[in-house]
Design a binder for this molecule. Sequence first.
Ligand code: TYM
Length: 335
Amino acid sequence: MRVVSGIKPTGNLHLGNYLGAVKQWVAMQDEIQAAGGETMYFIADLHGLTEWIAPAELTANTIEMTATLVAAGIDPERSILFNQTRVPAHSELAWLLNNVARVGWLNRMTQFKDKAGKNREGASVGLYDYPVLMAADVLLYNATHVPVGEDQKQHLELARDIATKFNQDYQTELFTLPEPLISAAAPRIMSLRDASAKMSKSNPSVQSVVKLVDSDSEIADKFRKAKTDPEALPDSWEALAERPEARNLVTIFAALADRTPQDVVAEFAGQGFGQFKPVLADLAVAKLGPIRDEMVRLLNDRAAIDAILARGAEKARDLAAPVLADAQRAMGLLA
Ligand code: TYM
């Protein structure tokens, strides 16, 4: 069993990434390793280039994201933690897979459509090709499981299609089909201002996104001001079906507390959001505050953070090299 997943260094880690993906990454370190498997996590800095970002910001974010992951519980001694750029095989395999993936497949990717918006002609080729690099990221290590948020499921299905076609076209069994693992506890965390949009660093409203670098008072303030409806909480989770803001806050509460949403609704049944939100704010501060404090402490030694990435990349390169060589050979490249 090999678990592989990545995160873009395009901003600070936020509650959506944390509950949708990173919390699960930390839990898997124990579970997968107890079962004799391996966990590999990387900063997808090459994916970070697909939308304009100032160079200095990209570098700083890469260091800061690494510190946040370590503070959140990713242990570089137990998981392989690195940045994509330092393992050139990701880019090399992506080029090979570009010749297997079909334009029609990429045209169906909803993330590209959302991000490019109306200005498709002006989108970077990298943004269009993004899912092929992502396929390379996981196929390169024969990942069996890929923990992600729901928004990445379509990309992983594409990775499976690419692997299947490669294996067929070149009469090989080289690539393993990766399984997406979507956390049942927090599949999709929505914006605190508009529950029809996912929580995302690209949302223009700062109040909509809780970041892991936020101070205690910022975290509490964002939850207290989160958009809700005037109704009290019902006594069943199902009764929240048509109340997206309320559902989102209960989902966040449950994920932070490691409880089920049903259990949380049962506890607060009959109470209004005036009562629920302060308890949620306190819970969020209690869970996220210590991660932020540890991240700030780690950032005092940027060289140490960089050294963690360098060591991780060395290990990743060793695992990647034979798979890339096999793929090149299968295609007839004289490598
Ligand atoms: P990124 O950086 O956008 O997001 C990192 C992880 O956080 C999840 N996520 C969310 N989950 C729940 N609710 C949200 N509001 C929310 N926002 C983000 C994402 O699903 C993701 O799991 N393409 C990837 C990065 C990547 C990757 C890979 C992942 C590159 N190569 C290979 C897995 C395997 C991404 O968009 O990350």
